[in-house]
Ligand binder design. Structure first.
Ligand SMILES: CC(C)(COP(=O)(O)OP(=O)(O)OC[C@H]1O[C@@H](n2cnc3c(N)ncnc32)[C@H](O)[C@@H]1OP(=O)(O)O)[C@@H](O)C(=O)NCCC(=O)NCCS
Length: 224
């Protein structure tokens, strides 16, 4: 159950820009690998990242969930995108002129590598010998100034139920944070793969010197 006075619901399309603002404010500076690599100084925006978020939020199959208090102020957000079994992405291309910044590319390279390692080990990706569509929880984020305990868990539960109602039976989460990993464990996801940040090096240097307890990335999967 969500806390009294807190509503957990799907976001409307006219709320996507508030979701992007929220992610910039509360996710970019604080998510463990963003923080470790100092992706962006607080208050600055990465136009490429905003565009990257918006193509995902605007994709009709994406499930975007928000938590709000009684005054309608956001307390948390999360969204999940569908990776069709056909391999054909339905995401629009990113058309802005700004290039992908080097640090964001470094993060994407890690997440891509990690996803490849994990996906090949994920037995839930096939059902009755056929590859199934996958719902991947892309971003999960609560307020950085006040933590409302349980918000992260409630957002994940809502994404899960909306996804299942939409007929999506394979859900995955790449947890870069020990806290999101706790949520997945609690909600019955299976850990498929993990990798310590201390071992992920480029030219002999640790790329993401994260702070404890965020010592490894973990990939979780659940079949419904
Ligand atoms: C991940 C995140 C959304 C979790 O949100 P939350 O509202 O704290 O989630 P919950 O309250 O449901 O807590 C999840 C678990 O993490 C633990 N946790 C969360 N914050 C904690 C903290 N600061 N210190 C210790 N434990 C913490 C909780 O105790 C809980 O475990 P429990 O159920 O065993 O008690 C939030 O930490 C966040 O926004 N982090 C920054 C962005 C980020 O890292 N996103 C995840 C990337 S994969």
């Amino acid at each position: 159950m969500a806390r009294e006075g807190v509503t957990i619901r799907e976001a409307r399309a006219d709320e996507y820009s508030s979701v992007v603002d929220f992610i910039n404010h509360h996710f970019v500076p604080f998510e463990p690998i963003n923080k470790a690599i100092q992706l962006c100084e607080q208050g600055y925006r990465i136009p490429y990242f905003d565009a990257w978020l918006l193509v995902r939020l605007r994709c009709p199959e994406t499930i975007t969930v928000i938590a709000e208090d009684g005054s309608g102020d956001l307390l948390g957000v999360g969204f999940a995108v569908v990776y069709p079994s056909s391999g054909e992405s339905k995401l629009e291309p990113i058309t802005i002129k700004d290039k992908c910044p080097k640090k964001f590319r470094t993060i994407m390279d890690f997440l891509g590598w990690f996803d490849d390692q994990a996906s090949s080990k994920d037995e839930n990706s096939n059902k009755d010998g056929k590859k199934v569509d996958r719902l991947d929880y892309t971003i999960l984020c609560g307020r950085s100034d006040i933590r409302v305990p349980g918000i992260g868990t409630e957002i994940v539960k809502k994404i899960m139920s909306v996804g299942v109602s939409a007929g999506l039976t394979h859900h995955t989460v790449l947890c870069t944070s020990a806290f999101s990993a706790k949520i997945c464990q609690k909600l019955g996801f299976e850990e498929v793969f993990s990798y310590p940040y201390a071992d992920y090096k480029v030219d002999g240097k640790v790329v993401f010197p994260t702070e404890p307890p965020h010592t490894e990335a973990r990939f979780y999967s659940k079949a419904f």
